[in-house]
Design a protein around this ligand. Sequence first.
Ligand code: SF4
Length: 443
Amino acid sequence: MGKKNRRGSRGLPYLVVSDGEGNLFEIPAYRMVGMYLNTPVLPSEEEIIALPYGSDLFELPGRVALGYDPRKNTIVEVRDYQGQRVYPVAAFMAPAYLQYYRAAYRSVPGAPRLPLYCYTALGWKGGQFYVTATRIDPDLRQDLGLFNPALIETEARRLLRQLSHNRLARHLIENCVFRYGCPAARNFTLGRWEGPLPVSPGCHAACVGCISWQPREHGITAPQERIGFVPTPEEIAEIAVLHLEQAPRAVVSFGQGCEGDPLLAAEVMAEAIRRIRRRTDKGVINVNTNAGDPDQVERLCRAGLDSIRVSLNSAQPHFYHAYYRPRNYTFEAVKASLQIVRRYGRWASLNYFVFPGFTDHPEEMQALEQLIRDTRIHMIQTRNLNIDPEWYIQSLSLPDHADEVLGIPRWLQWLKKTFPAVQLGYFNPPREAMRRMHPASAR
Ligand code: SF4
């Protein structure tokens, strides 16, 4: 392995490994390392923060940890420690945090594919875990410390009794709250902030890392099942009005992890939106979508949709197609949808999957810059892509040009400087935040 610059490494946290039984420990002889695509990188101390509360830790089977040896100024493979086989460990960070580097390791032949989480570089120093990341959104709406399990249980059971006639309510509580622990569904039960409105069993894409449908040959399980029915407009409106009328900073969002793409149910959504707006003018009605059908997006705008969040792994069409594998639309349709939303004067965000070493490469940055100029979006919500990193790199045939990569901290600076009016964050903004960020855009 190559020599690495020793400057700044002295304060770096130690490498964390596992014994294969879930017992984690640090190795004081080595420092933590991150990765751009397949290239190990020594993080700087400014890129390290304490592990956010609410994060999970994973040991990575079939893989060999990489650590930095400061005595030899080199990155080394760490297979054993004190005669014991050890494995790499990664953090799956709490919402609202953006990773700078993925965990550093090499896979051995036959390593099992990792499930659909994000694997962020992790270290240990002074009695504390550290990650290479930043908080990208100060909004606390999904902070684990604000979820009281006993209160959620009580409120969920009360709502189940109150709304037992409503299939969507039953899905949100029985599946989303009790089975998946979905933060948006739990916030719905507590009557606050952003609530979910899943509507569509189908999708017109086949994303490599789809979280609601995985074919057997992928060797992993989707963490959520798709909703098995299309709710009626009245079922949707009943839930949405209840939430919008009582919740502070209220948002309701079509397009959730437990469904396909909501645009396949656009006719039902449009009627639901009209019914909602006949009963309340409060809050924001948002759709999270891949936006592959501009006609349906326009239908929703005409019905009264307030905002859209469009998911993208790349602003380069060939990389977008390699990941989304759209069945009957193209990247151009996605762009057209964003332009329609802006023509109607509504809020437009990207849900942009950030992958260190790819997102911050000059070619992707140039494509993103053009996309922002062409669509005049208001906001970029950065997401850590939840996927086995090596599977993603292979699926897209990503070239490893680590020497050309800017680094995520500088990528963020570039975005802020190039597009000062484009808001960076993680969550769909409520109307108050829209007004603050873009006064002309909040209806
Ligand atoms: S757009 Fe969403 S539901 Fe459709 S394949 Fe991709 S991740 Fe799955």
